[in-house]
Design a protein around this ligand. Structure first.
Ligand SMILES: Cc1cc2nc3c(=O)[nH]c(=O)nc-3n(C[C@H](O)[C@H](O)[C@H](O)COP(=O)(O)OP(=O)(O)OC[C@H]3O[C@@H](n4cnc5c(N)ncnc54)[C@H](O)[C@@H]3O)c2cc1C
Length: 275
């Protein structure tokens, strides 16, 4: 939007290129051609040609559950309240009684610290960066792809159910009530980014807990003689990193299933004992 952002955008482009992320610089004309509803004030942008996004994350999860059930996975919906190691594995205390298992995976997002401490004795410095979105159900066809504003620092994503405005970081822990004003603020932030302002009619606000560790890397590990697997702390990128995390965990859970068809990241940066 602003001419003085040029330096920031060049720095971002060069950082991305160093990480082998394909990225192109677009002048104002190219932005207008691709997204004609954006304001003429926009002076340029970075286009990430290899980036995609989910149109309906809930449906994706539904399909995964369906596929898992079809291959014999059983789902139990219980709140885990505590647990301990046993001779043969792990014993969990849930809101519906006790549950024993040879191996458990802790993947409770920002709520993972308590069970990790109970099973491994390790206190992980896990906190939550609370984030918000505002779903605009009357906004369809405004953008051909997700657009982030460099200056305003939030993202607008076209989805099946409308346009989703998302962003903000709030440090307020797991228990305090959501500050939904932060979600509504995203609509005000969008003013001026389009030729015509976005409609907030029937908009719905939402808050979620990003699970974050001080070095911005997740914990993906196999500990306690293989009785406990860990996969949490994916901060702002849990959806992006879900598939590769799942492959790493599958490998740790069943090392005998053989190597994945493509190489997986080295596990050392993600170990529990770095804390
Ligand atoms: C506004 C916002 C926008 C985001 N946008 C993106 C994005 O564009 N791309 C991206 O990659 N990431 C994004 N993220 C981050 C992403 O949502 C998280 O990184 C991701 O959800 C973490 O996944 P998770 O499975 O570890 O934790 P969660 O998604 O929090 O899931 C944890 C699960 O554990 C369950 N659970 C917790 N405690 C217990 C217990 N005691 N017993 C039983 N079950 C329990 C919960 O019910 C929940 O189902 C965004 C986050 C926010 C807030």
């Amino acid at each position: 939007e602003r001419a003085d952002s040029q330096q920031a955008i060049e720095a971002l482009q060069s950082r991305m290129r160093q990480q082998q992320v394909p990225v192109d610089f677009w002048q104002a004309r190219a932005v207008r051609d691709a997204a004609p509803q954006l304001s003429e004030q926009i002076q340029g942008g970075l286009f990430f040609p290899r980036t995609g996004h989910f149109l309906d994350p809930f449906r994706v999860v539904g399909e995964l559950v369906h596929a898992a059930k079809s291959s014999g996975v059983q789902f139990l919906k219980q709140r885990v309240e505590g647990g301990q190691l046993s001779e043969l594995g792990v014993s969990l205390i849930t809101d519906q009684g006790r549950f024993s298992s040879r191996q458990v995976l802790i993947a409770c997002g920002a709520h993972s610290a308590k069970l990790t401490a109970a099973l491994t004795g390790k206190k992980v410095p896990l906190d939550t960066e609370r984030g918000y979105h505002l779903m605009l159900p009357h906004e369809h066809g405004r953008l051909p792809f997700a657009v982030t504003s460099l200056e305003r620092k939030f993202i607008m994503t076209p989805m099946t159910d409308g346009l989703r405005l998302a962003g903000t970081v709030e440090f307020a822990g797991l228990d305090s009530p959501p500050t939904m004003e932060r979600a509504w603020q995203l609509h005000r932030l969008s003013k001026g980014l389009f030729k015509h302002d976005l409609s907030a009619e029937a908009a719905t606000p939402w808050m979620g807990f990003r699970p974050s560790l001080p070095d911005s890397l997740p914990i993906i590990d196999r500990v306690c003689d293989g009785k406990v697997l860990l996969a949490f702390g994916h901060q702002h990128l849990g959806l992006t990193q879900a598939a590769v995390t799942a492959e790493m965990i599958a490998q740790m859970a069943s090392p005998l299933i053989g190597a994945q068809p493509h190489s997986l990241p080295a596990t050392a940066p993600y170990r529990l004992d770095r804390f």
